[in-house]
Each structure stands twice: as structure tokens, then as C-alpha cells.
Design a protein around this ligand. Sequence first.
Ligand code: LLP
Length: 427
Amino acid sequence: MDHFISLKNIQTYVSSCINSGLFNTIDDTSAVFYDFNHLFYKIKLLRKAFPESTFHTTAIKANPLIKVLHEIKKIGFGSEAASKGELFLAQKAGFNNNKIVFDSPAKTHSELEYALKKDFHINADSIMELDRIAKIKKSVKSESTIGLRVNPQVGYGKIISTSLAGEYSKFGVPLKSHKQEILDCFKKYNWLTGIHLHIGSQGCEVELLLNGIESGLKLIKEINELLKVDHREVFFIDIGGGLPVSYHHNMSPTDIIEYGEKISEMLTCYNLNKLQVITEFGRYLHANSGFIISKVEYVKHYEESNTLIIHSGADILLRECLNPDNWYHEFSLLDKTGKLKQAGKTKNYHIAGPLCFANDIVARDVELPEASEGDYIVIHDTGGYTFSMWSKYVSRLLPKIIGINNDSYEVLRKREKLTDILDYWSE
Ligand code: LLP
């Protein structure tokens, strides 16, 4: 299988859904397609790359669809939840409590109490949170495994807004200045058994990710040295997510096998092979497993430029519109039957969304075959961090999400109805 969903498959998926009526060309002005076959391929590669004992989870925030979570659960993965809502989704998708990792920098007292009672795995984001957990643990029986998130301060990636291991981050305990406090916590709390890191998301080169993990391993060595007298040691390292994916055919995708091998080598080098590795990938699993199609409502030809008005903008592609230098996709053009429009005569188009603000523009100057009203723009590689970041601004309807599994199609989420909008804005 290729790294990307092929154009051939995209045409098959779209035309089949148009023909069967699953994609209703009147009411569905856009839709998200999610290809489970591609997800399973990524999962297989991930398993192959990491030591067998690794506990893999999916970052729910990248793709919270219950049917997607359910498939991931069936495969034996866990899930990483970053809010009460995501914890609820994880439970509803059927993940066992000990397969749910609870991360968030703002866990409330009652959320922590609930997580401890349910034996979720908890990564504390700060020493203040550890102290809170200690107090709650006095009155609650819990089998939760508990880790501490550190910021290894190994540097920023290419995208500042998704970089979390620079000198400052709102997440984790800064390692350089607070090493002693971290060591003290491990000495003080005998239930603290792991280290959690998340270097950043996209934009972080593999080398940066590996530097972060290496800092974590070095820290674990020091903690183990300290705990030796008590016959205790660190039991796990949670390396977070962050593996960058390729959104373009001219960008070579990260080699996950090589990444996994390098991590295994480091574990051996630090004599920490017994350490349980936990992963929390989101983008790696989902981004290339989905695409959006959006109807060309208008083609505006002006002296200055040509603009296609489509039905997907900053509501579903927030980063792409607000920070286009860092986030952009590949595009294709399908005719109204779902067939690829071949290049011949091409034009440069701005691809603009339906929202009421100036930079609701998904991409500028995209070369495409000549477009007509009723065609569909394909926005490739939009299976992660798109509909999960849906914005209600201008009260548009979240599009239908269609899943493809083997050769069958099913609706993973219905298109929103006008009454859903009313409910949302009502008391
Ligand atoms: N673990 C933690 C603690 C995280 O905060 C995240 C993502 C992940 C795992 C998964 O990272 P991934 O493997 O997906 O890179 N488009 C969004 C991305 C934010 C990512 C947030 N954290 C944005 O622009 O805000």
C-alpha cells in the first residue's frame, strides 16, 4: 500500500457513494471520507516498528469518531484522552479502563478522583497535580499507574504553535531547572512509576523527537539510581505522539520502522529494555487515512485572480486558513460524477471556504484543471485534526463522514441537521 490514498481509490470511493446515494449530491455539499484500510495499514507498520511489548494508544483528539475508536480498540490499542469528554468517548468505545491514558494540563479534583477510581493510567502534568493526586489517593482505592510529564527542553520544531519542548511550554515540568524537584517527587511518591513526554506535533524532525526521548531515558537512569536503595525503579516511558506525516508527494514520509529501531537501540544503549514504552500517535494514524470532498459552488473569474468557492473552510481546516505557511494540502478536481478531471488546460485558483471572514481561504494559487460549478475539490490527507477541530462559527452543518472498510461503506457520522444547530445555540 502507498503512503497516500491513491487517486484511483478516491475516484472509486466517491463515485460509488454518489451512485448509491450515500453521498447525496443535493444536500451533501461536502463530506469527509475515512479509509479504515489505510488506518489498518498504518497500525500494522507501527506494530512492526516498535518492540512487541509496546502499549500503543491513539490520541483521541486527532479523530474522535466512535466507530474509529471502536475499530482501534478491537485491534488491541489503547486510547489517550485529554478531557472528560474524551474519557467518556474512550469508555463508550469499549476500551478497558487500564487501556485509557488520561493526559490534560487542567485535570480537576473531581476528574482526578474519577480517573483514580476507574484505574485509568494518569500522566500528571505538574508537581502540583502530583500533590493533588497524593491527597486524593489517601481516601480512594486505585490501581492507576501514574507518570509525570516533563518538558525535556530539547528545542522547538518548525511549527511553533505545535512545539512543546522549547525552553517554555505550558505542559510538563521543565527538566533543566527542575530536575531536583522531579527526583524528589519520585523519592517521595512510591506510586509514581513513569515519565511522560510529548515533544510536539508535526514540524518536529525525527531527530528532535529522538533527542527528547533520550533526555527522558537519561532522566530515568538517574531516577533509578536514586530509587535503588528502596528496590524501586521507573516502570514506563510514554513518548507521546508527534511523528510528522507527509502531506505532499514531494515530501518523503517519515520512516516509522527506522524511528522504532532507533528507539529500541536507545533502550538497549541505556540498558532499559525492560521499560514499558507507551505511544500516543494521532496524526500518524489518521491524517493520511482520510480526505474531504467539497462542491465547487461558484467559479469566480476576475482580472486579478480566479477563486473557487467551496463548502469547506476554516470551520474544518482551521490551521490551513489561519497559518497557511505551515499547513497546506494537495488538491485534485473531480467532476460531478466523481471522475478525476485530467489536467489539459489548467488555471490557478484560490480555494475559498464559505465563512464570513477574509482569510477563510484554504489555499492560494493552486494549479488545477479548469473547474466548473458542481465539480468537487478533493482536499487530500485530512483524516486527522480536521473535523475534530470543527468550529461552529457561522453555524454551518458539520458534513457527513463516510467510512470505507474493505469494500463496504458506512456513515460514521451523519450530516448535522438544522435542529442540531438550534440545540447547540439554545439553553
Ligand atoms: N499526546 C499528547 C499529550 C498530545 O498533546 C498530542 C497532540 C498527541 C499525543 C498526538 O500528537 P500527534 O501524534 O497527533 O502529533 N492540529 C492540532 C494539533 C495539535 C496536537 C496536540 N497534541 C493543532 O494545530 O492544534
